[in-house]
Design a protein around this ligand. Structure first.
Ligand code: DAH
Length: 347
């Protein structure tokens, strides 16, 4: 066993290296190199036996003192580095609790859905139940039972999206009116229902036409139902939607499934009926079609037209929103532009 260096120079080198070690793995390597089982200080202590007897006690004391000193220095350095390391990790992970939170992306109900909910509620308060029907219909429900004969222009393929070309008349419903017959077939009077839902037309799109849109159908059948009931219900609807002062107007119109038939309008809430840009100077906003259920429609589902009478109406839901909220292009509703849709997200 040869001791090549004096303890003093080992000490100097060890302390310099310890100071230079700047991470925990390096510190561990340093400990093995000097204080480990095969470390320099350990080997020095083991080599004491080879010294002349008189030198052993002093060399042993000095080596032990160095061992204690280096162990203490090692521990001090290790703690310092561990603390610095922890500080660094904490700083990296730091969360600034004073930052405002990130708002989660939350969807909102579509304006058409909101309007359907609002309409259902208005009609529920007048005793109407909300029901839904199929969007794929047969010619029988979409046309025949509504007194629309085969030669009626509405039955022309240019208006109707045919689903089946094999001869069976299967169509995407062109209006929500087929649910009139379906509802009456399923129940005895009294009937009071509203039917919100999609309707489809084979049509070029523009600011006021969509090939897919929504309607709300209304139907009331009972003994002694009159046009005054129809007018009262539609006036209440107009007032709930557009304000308590609103008046409604009926004008003669033709629909095969009602007699008499009308179109109905509400006086313009913007100008109070005087005429403005919104009502195109007419003072009135068209809401939809209505009338007294045709005796042939009642008879077609097995109701006795001599005993029962009823009214029906239909209105376009997108149109209603456009009128009330000043939307000028119906294509916005299916356009998926969040900037448009979010404007309806409020309470
Ligand atoms: N179904 C008609 C349409 O789509 C609207 C309509 C008019 C419905 C008169 C009715 C009604 O119930 O009585 O144009």
């Amino acid at each position: 066993m040869v001791v090549q260096e004096s303890l003093g120079s080992i000490r100097e080198r060890a302390l310099a290296e310890l100071n230079a070690a700047d991470d925990l793995p390096e510190i561990e390597r340093w400990e093995r190199a000097y204080l480990g089982a095969r470390g320099e200080v350990t080997l020095f202590l083991r080599s004491l036996g080879s010294l002349p007897t008189e030198e052993r006690p002093a060399a042993g004391r000095a080596a032990n003192a160095l061992k204690v000193e280096l162990a203490a220095a090692h521990e001090g350095r290790r703690r310092g580095l561990a603390a610095a390391d922890l500080e660094r990790r904490l700083a990296g992970d730091a969360v600034d609790v004073t930052l405002p939170g990130r708002a989660p992306l939350v969807g909102t109900a579509h304006p058409v859905s909101r309007m359907i909910d609002e309409l259902s509620e208005i009609f529920a308060l007048m005793g109407f139940q909300t029901v839904f029907g199929p969007e794929v219909e047969t010619g029988r429900y979409n046309f025949d039972l509504l007194n629309i004969p085969s030669d009626h222009p509405a039955r022309d393929v240019w208006d109707t999206i045919q689903v089946e070309t094999s001869g069976a008349e299967i169509v995407l419903r062109t209006h929500t009116s087929p649910m009139q017959a379906r509802t009456m077939e399923a129940t005895e009077p009294p009937v009071r229902v509203v039917v919100p839902g999609r309707a489809y037309r084979y049509e070029a799109q523009d600011a006021s036409h969509e090939w897919m849109f929504h309607q709300l159908e209304g139907l009331a059948v009972d003994e002694r139902i009159t046009m005054a009931d129809l007018k009262g219900v539609l006036r209440e609807l107009a007032r709930q939607l557009f304000g308590p002062e609103r008046r409604i107007r009926f004008r003669c119109d033709f629909f095969p499934f009602v007699e008499p038939g009308v179109d109905f309008a509400v006086d313009c809430a913007i100008c109070g009926g005087k005429g403005c840009r919104v009502c195109k100077q007419t003072g009135w906003l068209e809401m939809g079609g209505a009338g007294m259920v045709h005796p042939k429609v009642l008879g077609g589902v097995g109701y006795d037209p001599a005993r029962y009478s009823g009214f029906a109406f239909g209105l376009g839901i997108e149109r209603l929103i456009m009128m009330r909220d000043g939307v000028d292009d119906v294509r916005a509703f299916a356009g998926n532009d969040l900037r448009f849709l979010r404007q309806f997200a409020g309470a």
